[in-house]
Design a protein around this ligand. Structure first.
Ligand code: FNR
Length: 367
């Protein structure tokens, strides 16, 4: 759709209302909702509003450079795409559209293990730097095969999600009896025994994915994962200094401060509140990233000022995909880029490395 409606969109949040109109309720709710009371869902957004700027003035900002290097890969901006499951429910092209849009923006896409397109299909969209998100499932042979396929398809890192030993309680999905529509499959599982999905079971998603992810997952498994691949491994779902220190000790290549878009344990802090504790524990030994509630260029700047090397966005991509396919995702990435660049200029920062802790103030400063 290239109607005036799309042209008039001026910020990434506006896609959500359009997606809500277009999508079946079951699908919209699956994308939008958080766990239980959704306290963390709201907090992921509102915590950003408690962090304020300390802009510097009279700095020549006629040239702003938003480029940065993540795990050795140069990208156009420190804004990347988080893994979100089942994107073909949003748009017939699903993850393929996201891959094309993300490459066009010159940044990194993370493909979910639970995608409706496989690693090979995403790779076939053309060149691009991509990460593969992995849930460790019980059958380690399957894990091995999945990692091998991601490597072969040219993916550059594995983001292993560790905050989902069990599925969080998303009440909308329970009410709607969420299931994957019958014309779609979880493509990465195709050819593996696990592709059989019980679509008739009325507890839907929880049942079909719940049994195959390993509840016993622990640090030893992360050690094992490092032995089966040379790709850098990022741990996705860290919220405390203790776990950040352990991850570094275990030789992990990077940490993603994430609460899974508030879909797992409710009443964990907003990720922007947990970020600095993690950054302090890591002491620069590995890069720290953040996802959760990033909707504005100002949010990106705040995360970087508090020590993140980059951020990932989840829901903005699926809502834009639902509203306007690849063009929507392109526009989301462009708008965030432009807002971020403007924030840098108005704060007196010409490059990513000029963004410092002194450019923001937080409620916990001087405490
Ligand atoms: C997710 N997320 C997620 N994470 C993951 O590791 N594997 C996955 O398959 C999914 N799937 C998924 C589906 C949907 C619909 C959402 C909203 C989220 C979590 C995701 O990677 C990321 O952590 C959050 O989405 C970031 O928060 P925002 O940007 O959505 O607020």
């Amino acid at each position: 759709m290239t109607s005036g409606k799309m042209e008039n969109i001026t910020n990434v949040m506006e896609y959500e209302a359009i997606a809500r109109e277009k999508l079946p309720k079951m699908v919209y709710d699956f994308y939008a909702s958080g766990a239980e009371d959704q306290w963390t869902l709201h907090e992921n957004r509102s915590a950003f509003s408690r962090i304020l700027f300390r802009p510097r003035i009279l700095i020549d900002v006629s040239n702003i450079d938003t480029t940065t290097t993540i795990l050795g890969f140069e990208i156009s901006m420190p804004i990347m795409v988080a893994p979100t499951a089942m994107q073909k429910m949003a748009h017939p092209e699903g993850e393929l559209a996201t891959a094309r849009a993300t490459s066009a923006a010159g940044t990194i896409m993370t493909l979910s293990l639970s995608g409706t397109c496989s690693v090979e299909e995403v790779a076939s969209t053309g060149p691009g730097t991509r990460f593969f998100q992995l849930y460790v499932i019980e059958d380690r042979n399957v894990v091995r095969q999945l990692v091998r396929r991601a490597e072969k398809a040219g993916f550059k890192a594995i983001a292993v999600t560790v905050d989902r030993p069990r599925l969080g309680r998303r009440e909308a999905d329970i009410k709607n009896r969420f299931t994957l529509p019958s014309y779609l499959t979880i493509k990465n599982f195709e050819g593996l025994d696990l592709a059989t999905i019980d679509r008739t079971n009325d507890s839907g998603f929880a049942t079909y994915v719940g049994y195959q992810f390993d509840r016993s997952l622990n640090w030893k498994d992360l050690k094992w994962l490092q032995t089966i691949t040379k790709l850098p491994i990022l741990v996705k779902g860290v919220l405390t200094a203790e776990d950040a220190s352990l991850a570094v000790q275990e030789g992990i290549a990077g940490i993603i401060v994430s609460n899974h878009g508030a879909r797992q344990l409710d009443y964990v802090p907003a990720t922007i509140m947990a970020l600095e504790e993690v950054v302090k524990a890591v002491q620069g030994r590995v890069p720290v990233f953040l996802d959760g509630g990033v909707r504005r260029g100002t949010d990106v700047f705040k995360a970087l000022a508090l020590g993140a090397s980059g951020v990932f966005i989840g829901r903005p991509v699926v809502f834009a995909l639902a509203a306007d396919g690849e063009a929507g995702v392109r526009k989301v990435l462009q708008m965030l880029h432009d807002e971020f660049e403007l924030t840098m200029a108005l704060s007196g920062c010409r490059s990513i490395k000029e963004i410092t802790r002194a450019h923001v103030m937080t409620p916990w400063d001087n405490q």
